[in-house]
Design a protein. Structure first.
Length: 152
């Protein structure tokens, strides 16, 4: 008697259970592929960053606009560009910091993150990402000094 078991490959897509990436993660990866293709075609990325900010819900958009202004003023050596569909800022082609809006991954707060290229080293341990619920004057000042330090 033949075994009538079906493999995962032959099972209809709708019946396969995915344990891989979420829809949001797949979307971010697709955005990254588009960004890499666009980077090969053009140099400037500020218009892409502003377009991504414009697509955000109001609360994330207001925060992203303000962060964009703070980072540009505090660290003019950083170039705006998108990274995985998020506003980011690079130096010499390397991402230094990025803004992850709360809506992107359905989290309760937005995130300002720094890569390993940021010069934020402080002893044996230091933060590389910050949760943002709102931008107060103190938070804006701290973000400005972090951006300056990151490119120093």
């Amino acid at each position: 008697m033949k075994d009538t078991q079906t493999s995962a490959k032959s099972a209809p897509r709708s019946k396969r259970r995915s344990t891989g990436f979420t829809d949001e993660e797949r979307g971010a990866m697709k955005d990254r592929v588009k960004e890499l293709k666009a980077a090969a075609d053009k140099a400037g990325g500020e218009s892409d960053v502003l377009a991504k900010i414009a697509e955000m819900p109001a609360s994330d958009r207001a925060m992203a606009k303000r962060l964009h202004a703070i980072i540009k003023a505090s660290a003019p050596a950083l170039s705006p560009r998108t990274w995985y569909g998020q506003p980011a800022y690079a130096k010499d082609g390397n991402i230094v910091c990025f803004f992850q809006p709360a809506h992107k991954f359905k989290t309760r707060y937005a995130t300002l993150g720094f890569s390993d290229k940021a010069n934020l080293d402080e002893g044996a341990m230091w933060p590389t990402a910050f949760a943002l619920k709102e931008l107060t004057a103190d938070a804006e000042a701290r973000i400005g000094s972090l951006a300056k330090k990151a490119v120093s």
